[in-house]
Design a protein around this ligand. Structure first.
Ligand code: FES
Length: 158
């Protein structure tokens, strides 16, 4: 499947609200909220709107890990690699999710349905092992629960 198309006209109202360099990070956040990532073709218009060189915009995007430069899946699956989860079988959770989605850590499915990520701790250690889908926390995961949770998101797409 093709990457989602980018229509820069959609972000012109928010770029027009920018006044200067101090607006750079808020503008990048809004652009990412809109597209799910920062499309490369948006870098120049963003630079113009906050009155800096495109290289400065690119530098900020590269510096902050929360900015993405490639399209991500409509569903973001995050599996915890933290210690509490690890001792309760977190590695097995990751293995099952990887197999079910046919993705490795950091990958997005070709149909942009899922992106798989891992993090050091999701802040819900009491529920270990934990995974999060689109911001919703699922605790005490086991292979059956993983299958059920992923099936809910797969169903929503069809
Ligand atoms: S270690 Fe997994 S939620 Fe904290």
């Amino acid at each position: 499947m093709q990457a989602p198309t980018v229509d820069l006209v959609e972000i012109s109202p928010l770029l027009e609200q920018a006044h200067g360099e101090s607006d750079l990070i808020p503008v990048l956040q809004k652009v990412q909220d809109h597209y799910g990532y920062i499309p490369p073709e948006a870098v120049e218009p963003i630079a113009r709107s906050v009155k800096v060189f495109p290289s400065k915009v690119q530098g900020v995007i590269t510096f902050y890990s929360q900015f993405y430069t490639e399209p991500r899946g409509r569903n973001i699956v995050t599996v915890c690699r933290g210690t509490a989860c690890h001792v309760r079988g977190g590695r097995g959770v990751l293995r099952v999710v990887q197999k079910a989605l046919n993705l490795k850590d950091g990958e997005t499915s070709p149909d942009y349905q899922f992106t798989l990520e891992t993090v050091a701790c999701l802040g819900a250690c009491a529920l270990a092992p934990v995974m999060v889908v689109n911001g919703k926390v699922y605790g005490r995961m086991n292979p059956k629960r993983i299958e059920n949770v992923l099936a809910m998101y797969q169903k929503q797409e069809s």
